[in-house]
Design a protein around this ligand. Structure first.
Ligand code: FES
Ligand code: MG
Length: 572
């Protein structure tokens, strides 16, 4: 038990009518008196939902966390928060990341919680819960749900997301039948857990481990591996000590921690979505993290991990090869291993003894999988506030290119026109899609890796430059320039590009240029009219009116910052 009076004692510590109410009603769950003796109250924040299949096993992990909390002398309380499932939510789960973060933040602050374990898995559930906890600045550990077992279909490995793009191209070009396509669904998703490619879920699970917010090995243990349960139990034990030590999330989420995470993102070939999420999390804790940091820190970081979408293997292979600790040990010279983690010890303690068991999966710095890891941040008159590209998922031959813009005013336009045989487009053109940013769609959809026309695919053309203000799934690949800021719907220059304009892309020099005279750009921008709101009331309106641009992490303007946990006001 802690010597310090904990936050929860303001609810449970008083022998008066408020204390009676706080304790008494909790006792209807069968709790003995001594549960209220001042021991740390640990919130187990659960994004479990059957509508988020990737998180549908988290109740079981919550029980393991609770067991650990009990063992260490704490008082566990599990609570649900809004869950965000990538696969079912419309228009897209990203639209609700900030709403879920508000749910997490307000639930922690409103309740007698001294420390929190965040159970997350599917893409947005990790940043949403971390953003909420960061704005409260309570001791926090993340336990990820872990990836699904590798997909296997007709004798070959198939990976979440990545192989969906391939299979649907094969269906579209008549290479496989509908029956084979449907059969692949169950072959791909054959166990509990999140996407088992290095998509956004696995990237974010790696990011929390690299930030020091999760116990070592959190990123890669498969969801159904018993060691995942052990990890949950250990997190339950550890969070109780963190409360006693007053090891708050702000002591872990330093600028150094973010710098380490960005390096690790390069080394694992992580998702472009991590750019937004890390910037948004940093904003919640008062750390100044920018797109320039992403570019600077990723530039000389090779990609070591040979996982889909950029490579060949899947998360199960990654775990057996040594997982994230093996990667961090290999890039130790690029990390600040002294950064403090939830263990109370330096980050390097978590990987000092790591070994790599498969050099096909985790390569070395001397012989990396791809020399260009990291995220390239492009700027220019087409993206004054920046745009991102993932070099490890792009075609080297398109890294410097001048081409004719072929413009789709909206994503619906793209869908309508792309397979029209008479539509004028060549593989050297640059596909530009507008109105897909945070405000535009609304909700910042993952449509940036627009599929190529069927006739190109049939001819064996697999990549073209695509530019948009959209995001791209972490499981996708291609030479796609994303997150153009400001977005078209906010009056960014992307809005005024017309078919026939020439665009220059120069990734080595980080340049994205629309070859038009300044006066012409200004003239066209004068004519631009802001599109109407998607819905003029409700959450959708709040979202469109409050969302920041991609370079600021697409948080809400009024949610940036840490509000801590001021003393509670009594309800009566
Ligand atoms: Fe949930 Fe990929 S869809 S982790
Ligand atoms: Mg995803």
């Amino acid at each position: 038990m802690s010597g310090r009076k904990l936050r929860s004692s303001q609810w449970f510590g008083n022998v008066d009518k408020l204390g009676f109410t706080a304790r008494g009603w909790m006792k209807n769950q069968g709790l003995p008196d001594d549960q209220f003796d001042g021991r740390p109250v640990i919130g187990i924040c659960n994004t479990w939902s059957q509508l988020t299949p990737c998180n549908a096993h988290l109740r079981e992990l919550a029980e393991k966390v609770a067991r650990g909390v009990h063992e260490a002398g704490g008082f566990p309380v599990e609570f649900p928060v809004m869950s965000l499932g990538e696969t079912l939510m419309r228009p897209n789960a990203m639209m609700f990341r900030n709403l879920a973060a508000m749910d997490v933040e307000e639930t922690i602050r409103a309740n007698p919680i001294d420390g929190v374990v965040l159970l997350a898995g599917c893409d947005k559930t990790t940043p949403a819960t971390v953003m909420g906890a960061a704005s409260c600045d309570v001791p926090t550990i993340v336990v990820s749900g872990g990836p699904m077992l590798n997909g296997r279909h007709r004798g070959r490995q198939i990976g979440s997301g990545t192989d969906v793009w391939r299979l649907s191209d094969e269906l579209n070009t008549g290479k496989i039948t509908k029956a084979e396509f449907i059969e692949a669904e169950s072959c791909m998703n054959r166990s509990a857990g999140s996407c088992m490619t290095m998509g956004t879920a696995s990237t974010m699970a790696s990011m929390v481990e690299a930030l020091g917010l999760a116990l070592p090995t959190n990123a890669a243990i498969p969801a159904v591996d018993s060691r995942r349960k052990t990890l949950a139990q250990m997190a339950g034990r550890r969070i109780v000590d963190m409360v006693t030590e007053d090891l708050r999330i702000s002591k872990i989420l330093t600028k150094t921690a973010f710098e380490n995470a960005i390096r690790v993102n390069g080394a694992i070939g992580g998702s472009t979505n991590a750019v937004l999420h890390l910037i948004a999390i940093a904003g919640r804790i008062g750390v100044d993290l920018t797109l320039e940091d992403w570019d600077r820190l990723g530039r000389d970081m090779p990609c070591l991990v040979n996982l889909k979408p950029s490579g060949d293997f899947l998360m199960e292979d990654f775990y057996y090869a040594g997982g994230l600790p093996a990667v961090m040990k290999e890039i130790d010279s690029h990390l600040d291993g002294a950064a403090i983690t939830v263990t109370g010890k330096p980050l390097s303690d978590g990987y000092a003894d790591a070994e790599c068991f498969d050099r096909d999966v985790i390569r070395t710095l001397d012989a990396p999988f791809k020399s260009l890891g990291g995220i390239a941040v492009l700027k220019g008159n087409l993206a004054p506030k920046g745009a991102v590209l993932k070099p490890s998922a792009a075609s080297p031959k398109l890294m410097q290119h001048r081409g004719r813009a072929v413009v789709f005013e909206t994503y619906d336009d793209y869908k309508r026109l792309i397979d029209d045989e008479s539509f004028d487009m060549s593989p050297d053109d640059i596909m530009v899609t507008k109105m897909c940013g945070p405000r535009g769609y609304p909700g910042f959809p993952e449509v940036g890796n627009m599929a190529l026309p069927r006739r190109f695919l049939k001819a064996g053309i697999t990549d073209m430059i695509r530019i948009s203000d959209a995001r791209m799934s972490g499981t996708a690949y291609g030479t796609t320039i994303l997150h153009v800021a400001p977005e078209a719907a906010a009056g960014g220059p992307l809005a005024i590009v017309r078919t026939g304009d020439m665009i220059e892309i120069d990734v080595p020099n980080r340049r994205l240029h629309l070859d038009l005279p300044e006066e012409e750009i200004a003239r066209r921008l004068e004519l631009f009219e802001t599109p109407p709101l998607y819905l003029d009331s409700g959450y959708s309106r709040l979202y469109q009116e409050s969302v920041l641009q991609a370079d600021k992490g697409a948080d809400f303007d009024f949610l940036v910052g840490c509000r801590g946990t001021p003393p509670p006001k009594d309800p009566f």
